[in-house]
Write a protein that binds this ligand. Structure first.
Ligand SMILES: Nc1ncnc2c1ncn2[C@@H]1O[C@H](COP(=O)(O)OP(=O)(O)OP(=O)(O)O)[C@@H](O)[C@H]1O
Ligand SMILES: [Mg+2]
Length: 271
């Protein structure tokens, strides 16, 4: 679905921001990109979306080279949720906002089909459509931005820190909605997230970056337990994983499974 082959990228005459990246993401995967500030995560996602083109190497989405894909086709394949929802919201009501994105990308479907798409998404996200985006909370605006992207039904969803600035409930709403897209519609998800607990809960695979290079690629739990890798990438693993690593309990990653593992070590019995 998404393939990077020896991709490097430099902004203007600066040195390479990302270097020799190679990986393949299959349809329906849920992948997190992890790394410290400046590691090259956003740059990598922009390369996949085609917003920037590789200085060397090749990026293909569904077999099509991003250097040769027209913007309209790209927008249908890949939805990009920016870190700041206000960068993508530009209309006065939620209905207009969702319709605007659709007209740009799926205008040829005709007015009636687009209206149906808008109605379905509004209902799904519990919006009436008359809300004014800029009078909504930050979490609600994030949901408006996500709704506009999902209305287009992209095959790939790229999320740059989708939960930053949201409270716990808002975060769960957004992430559960994203998980449903992944599980029910096989939408491929690529997410940058600085909250490792969210990564542990939702992503299955992770790419670990530092200094523009890919240091690790694999199962989320396995990578979190790789203490040397986490240190090199300046990532603090989720607390349960860190505790499990300290105690030599590899199988536990929730309070429940951790409690069970500790109790059974003490010779069985329940709390
Ligand atoms: N438009 C630009 N022009 C020049 N340098 C840039 C540009 N955008 C990013 N960079 C630099 O490229 C490097 C990687 O940036 P990138 O935004 O990909 O990192 P990131 O991993 O997304 O970081 P963060 O977690 O802070 O969002 C950084 O050193 C950054 O300063
Ligand atoms: Mg970034």
């Amino acid at each position: 679905m998404i393939r990077l082959e020896n991709v490097s990228f430099s902004y203007a005459n600066l040195g390479p921001t990302v270097r020799d990246l190679s990986f393949h993401i299959r349809k329906g995967e849920f992948v997190a990109i992890l790394g410290a500030n400046g590691a090259g995560k956003t740059t990598t996602m922009k390369l996949i979306d085609g917003l920037i083109r590789p200085t060397s190497g090749k990026v293909t989405v569904n077999g099509a080279d991003t250097r040769e894909t027209p913007v309209s086709q790209r927008a249908r394949q890949v939805g990009f949720l920016f870190q700041n929802p206000d960068r993508q919201i530009c209309r006065n009501t939620v209905r207009e906002e969702i319709l605007f994105g659709l007209q740009t990308v799926r205008g040829e479907e005709g007015e009636e089909a687009l209206k149906q798409r808008v109605d379905a998404v509004l209902e799904d996200f519990h919006f009436t459509g008359d809300e004014e985006p800029f009078s909504l909370s930050r979490g609600q605006r994030q949901r408006v931005a996500l709704a506009s992207i999902l209305a287009v039904e992209p095959e790939v969803l790229i999320l740059d820190e989708p939960t930053t600035g949201l409270d716990y409930l808002e975060c769960c709403h957004i992430m559960d909605r994203i998980r449903r897209m992944n599980e029910e519609k096989m939408v491929t998800i690529l997410m940058v997230c600085h909250d490792m607990e969210v990564v542990l809960d939702y992503a299955r695979r992770a790419l670990v970056m530092a200094g523009g290079e890919l240091l690790g690629d694999g199962d989320v739990r396995t990578l979190f337990r790789d203490t040397a890798l986490m240190e090199r990438a300046s990532i603090l693993p989720p607390q349960m994983i860190a505790l499990g690593t300290r105690l030599g309990i590899a199988e536990a990653d929730t309070p429940e499974t951790m409690a069970e593992a500790i109790l059974s070590r003490r010779g069985g019995g329940s709390a």
